[in-house]
Design a protein. Structure first.
Length: 582
């Protein structure tokens, strides 16, 4: 179907161009031979009749103006009218200049070629009309009968285009009626073509062989490649995707190849492309599969947008925020320090009223300090400046320690705290005095992940008035799941999709009074995503919330291999001397 429709859309336009050219030739021929240079008439035995010139004028007007308006709405009809004008202008030209004797007879061959495009009816009609005319000629009904020898040539000149037209349009896809499919599909395809070429997003369609089938004007603008130069070419020669360092991306990271391999939609907001003029542009890209009837990926539709300008602005904004918050942190820290000194009974003497005010000022300054710190971290996560020192971590031991560290804060607020360390799986188990649990290895920055879990824990304490908190660890072969559950107010389903966005705070009576920046969960999401994991929440209003973090799990042998590799990188001489035990 894709082949047929693209053929149809191309041929409707070609038909109209042919009608235009034929019409113009007839009009120009008429003006030159009949009006301006009447001497030429002697050279051109067969002169152009005013009737064909008149029809040609209307055909040219339609081809130049009417067709383009009509084709957007009723494309098949627009094509048919084009064909009608071609038939009428060429038909009268041939008829009035001697029929089979006409030196313009070749033009009729062109009309016949296009006849098959509209299906059986038009093809047969053109064939029948032509042959009725030939039979009438043979019997001398219309004009003089041609000589038998020449007649044969003429019949061949006419029969041949009919045969070509038949095979061109009918023989395209097995014995199925391609002609009708073509004319039906053609109209849809043309309107789709118009949509694709008018949208501002770059659209590229790549077929199974990796060849570009559709390349819209926006794609030309972004890549610097013209549609003509890129159609039919392997997409890798046109869309040169590169990584952050400007190096060609690995084949396994190629979004189009990924879609062919997985039949899943792939979105990539970090990909870059080198244009034909060697310029580097940052893209936001989505590639989706077109699945054929047999379930295989027949084509990939790749839609992308140049976001270089937006990225520059984002970086400038983030830089401004990080510089501002960095600069403001210092005076705020000083104010906080002095307020702490003022509140310290060993250092200063103040009355109870002043203590009350200064305590409030101290709390607000602490909040401001936290806000600046969060702003700084948020800005760094966005522009990629947040540093990650990854290492192999056994998450079980890591969380045991962390749970102990936060337990005190929960107890201070009168909340019970439970820690469940996953033992749902017994493979790779280590036997301790109290617990038997698997080893959960992950390649993460422990400090960053600690920040995230502490933040979830602080939130759980902050928003829970009474009840208990449960921290747990579980997982399967490929993932480690850490969860922090509370018996707090819960979060409504309307708020959940926005919870991990910047500055989002739930606005309800229970939580409004509780201070916060709305940045904690945003930063948490960025850190976890950067660690290759996911963060999400399940919650019921009035019952409590459970925040989950999943991190990619390493097999013990993978963990061991990474540890060795990292140790070698840290001590470059180690593998040379071969003396270092890891
Ligand atoms: P902050 O807590 O500083 O406002 P966060 O990004 O950490 O910012 O949290 C965003 C919002 O999510 C909070 O304002 C709060 O409304 C809601 N929230 C987070 N954790 C919980 C929780 N455990 N229970 C109920 N609401 C929560």
């Amino acid at each position: 179907m894709s082949l047929l429709t693209s053929v149809a859309s191309r041929w409707y336009n070609r038909l109209n161009e042919t009608t235009l050219v034929a019409g113009l030739l007839i009009v120009v021929g008429y003006v030159l031979i009949e009006i301006l240079f009447q001497d030429w008439q002697s050279k051109f035995l067969l002169q152009i009749h005013p009737a064909s010139a008149a029809i040609a004028v209307v055909a040219v007007l339609y081809g130049a103006l009417g067709f383009h308006t009509l084709v957007k709405r009723v494309s098949t009809l627009a094509g048919l009218i084009s064909y009608g004008f071609l038939t009428a202008s060429v038909g009268t030209l041939v008829y009035t200049t001697g029929g089979l004797e006409s030196q313009y007879l070749l033009f009729w061959g062109v009309v016949i070629l296009f006849s098959g495009m509209f299906g059986w009816t038009i093809l047969s009609l053109t064939w029948a009309l032509t042959h009725v005319y030939i039979v009438l000629l043979l019997f001398g009904v219309v004009g003089a009968a041609p000589e038998t020898g020449r007649l044969l040539t003429y019949v061949l000149a006419i029969e041949l285009p009919f045969a070509v037209s038949f095979f061109l349009w009918y023989g395209q896809e097995g014995d199925q009626s391609a002609v009708s499919t073509l004319s039906a599909a053609g109209s849809a395809d043309i309107s789709q073509g118009i949509v694709v070429s008018s949208i501002a997003e770059s659209v590229v369609v790549v077929d199974e062989q990796g060849r570009i089938q559709v390349f819209n004007p926006a794609a030309s603008q972004t890549s610097g490649w013209s549609e003509g130069d890129s159609r039919g070419i392997d997409y890798r020669n046109v869309l040169s995707f590169v990584d952050e360092k400007g190096q060609p991306i690995l084949a396994e990271n190629d979004p189009i190849a990924k879609v062919f391999a997985t039949a899943q939609t792939v979105a990539d907001n970090d990909i870059r492309m080198r244009t034909r003029n060697k310029k580097l542009v940052e893209l936001s890209l989505v590639a989706s599969p077109i699945i054929s009837a047999d379930g295989a990926v027949s084509d990939v539709v790749c839609v992308f947008r140049d976001v270089s300008e937006e990225r520059i602005q984002e970086r400038q904004r983030a830089e401004f925020i990080s510089t501002a918050s960095h600069e403001m942190r210092t005076p705020v820290a000083a104010i906080e320090g002095y307020l702490a000194l003022a509140l310290n009974e060993g250092v200063s003497k103040i009355d109870s009223k002043a203590r009350e005010y200064l305590t409030k000022a101290h709390q607000s300054t602490q909040h401001l300090g936290r806000l600046f710190q969060d702003l700084l971290t948020a800005a760094k996560t966005e522009d990629g400046r947040l540093e990650f020192h990854t290492q192999v971590v056994e998450v079980g031991a890591f969380l045991d320690q962390l749970a102990e560290d936060v337990r005190f804060a929960a107890q201070k607020k009168g909340l019970m705290m439970e820690y469940q360390s996953g033992n749902s799986e017994l493979g790779n188990a280590v036997a301790g005095a109290q617990v038997v649990r698997p080893l959960y290895y992950a390649h993460i920055d422990p400090e960053r992940v600690r920040e995230v879990i502490t933040n979830l824990f602080d939130n759980a304490i902050k928003y829970t008035a009474e009840g208990k908190l449960v921290v747990s660890l579980d997982g399967d072969d490929s993932n480690i799941v850490i969860s922090v559950a509370d018996t707090g107010p819960g979060i409504s389903q309307d708020d959940i999709p926005h919870l991990f966005q910047k500055f989002y705070r739930v606005d309800n009576t229970e939580t409004r009074q509780i201070g916060g920046t709305g940045l904690g969960l945003f930063i948490a999401r960025k850190i976890i995503e950067k660690s290759g994991g996911k963060i999400w929440v399940e919650s019921q209003v009035g019952r409590g919330s459970t925040f989950f973090i999943s991190l990619p799990r390493l097999r013990p042998d993978q963990a061991e291999a990474i540890k060795k590799k990292e140790a070698l990188n840290e001590t470059p001489l180690a593998h040379v001397t071969g003396n270092v035990e890891i």
